[in-house]
Write a protein that binds this ligand. Structure first.
Ligand code: PNS
Length: 159
């Protein structure tokens, strides 16, 4: 069974992430979308909030589940019986860092394969940071994030 781990910060999930989840769900037997609990980053949303938002999207797919992890990705993948890491690539700018991470992960665990999916053209400019920036200054993000999570983002920024 091909189990893919789709790791990330998802702070918050964007239409670009949703597009990757949608396409991956029809390729892999199971996709585990997993939020990194990273004490070194200062996220806007708690891990629980990000998991909640991702669950709203995952609910549409019988083979997509949501989880969170801390520590090394290779250890987490082993725990989940997966040898596939799935990453979305937007632009050439993403490539260098993603390439480095893929090689580091392969060095740490030669059995772990990183698979990249190119984002759809229409989402290539999107990132969680861009969404937060626009929302923070009162811009319209309704076209940038899934409709299910839009109210949660608005609520967070008003609190
Ligand atoms: O959405 P992001 O912030 O670009 O996701 C980055 C993530 C979570 C994929 C990456 O930081 C990660 O895998 N962290 C886990 C720690 C780890 O395994 N580090 C070694 C590989 S560089």
């Amino acid at each position: 069974m091909a189990i893919a781990i789709y790791p990330g910060s998802f702070d918050p999930i964007t239409n670009g992430h949703q597009d990757i989840i949608d396409r991956a769900s029809s390729i892999f037997d199971k996709v585990i979308v997993s939020v990194l609990e990273n004490p070194r980053k200062k996220p806007l949303f708690t891990v629980e909030e990000r998991v909640e938002m991702l669950n709203l999207i995952a609910a549409k797919y019988p083979n997509v589940e949501v989880d969170s992890f801390h520590g090394l990705l290779i250890d987490y993948a082993k725990k989940k019986n997966s040898n596939i890491v799935l990453k979305g690539l937007r632009a050439i700018a993403d490539f260098e860092f993603e390439f480095q991470m893929a090689l580091v992960n392969r060095k740490l665990d030669p059995h772990l394969e990183t698979i990249f999916m190119m984002t759809s053209n229409r989402y290539s400019y999107l990132s969680s940071s861009i969404v937060k920036e626009i929302a923070f200054f009162g811009g319209d993000i309704s076209d940038l994030v899934p409709p299910e999570v839009y109210p949660l983002i608005r609520k967070k920024l008003q609190s």
